[in-house]
Write a protein that binds this ligand. Sequence first.
Ligand SMILES: CC(C)(COP(=O)(O)OP(=O)(O)OC[C@H]1O[C@@H](n2cnc3c(N)ncnc32)[C@H](O)[C@@H]1OP(=O)(O)O)[C@@H](O)C(=O)NCCC(=O)NCCS
Length: 163
Amino acid sequence: MTSPSPLRLGPVDAGEAFTLQLAAYVPEARAHGNLDLPPLLETLEQAKEALGDPACFAWGIRESGRLVASVRIVVDGAAGLVGRLVVAPDRQGHGLGSSLLLAAEAAMPSPVTVFRLFTGELSAGPLRMYSKLGYVETHRTPEKHYELVHFEKPRVRQDGPVR
Ligand SMILES: CC(C)(COP(=O)(O)OP(=O)(O)OC[C@H]1O[C@@H](n2cnc3c(N)ncnc32)[C@H](O)[C@@H]1OP(=O)(O)O)[C@@H](O)C(=O)NCCC(=O)NCCS
């Protein structure tokens, strides 16, 4: 697995992150028969606002200047809410998504002691990836004709879980 240093993204990166998000989420939307996934409904203006929100830590990986992966983690008390993890379609399956998520978790400020995220039940790739990265399913919620699978992962430091 590659070990890139994640770059902190801000509003100036919103155009690229927005384009990447659309390209990555369309296959997920098709798999779930739901083109109204929030990442596909978000506008460029909303993406800019999100990346400018002080509670939102957005991280990305660039290859030769090109943004090929990004993720947002929103701080909500002691929780880091992970969302919008995307890798460019032509760069998927090379470890970028896993590496970026692990690096972003490690780079989050210390008040964050647990990470939470969800994905659709038909997202076989993300479901496997999150389990491999230490996320544990907590519950499921209904969403249209399928379920959302919610995961949680306590933050672990070298000396054990953060409490
Ligand atoms: C999900 C996503 C971020 C994963 O990034 P990636 O760089 O392709 O994933 P990695 O190469 O790091 O793969 C990590 C693990 O995830 C699993 N995985 C990822 N994509 C997979 C796929 N299409 N099919 C099966 N397993 C997959 C595998 O277990 C893989 O580990 P392995 O190769 O050792 O078996 C990327 O595929 C993506 O952008 N998908 C579309 C958007 C999306 O669904 N985002 C997540 C929403 S919750």
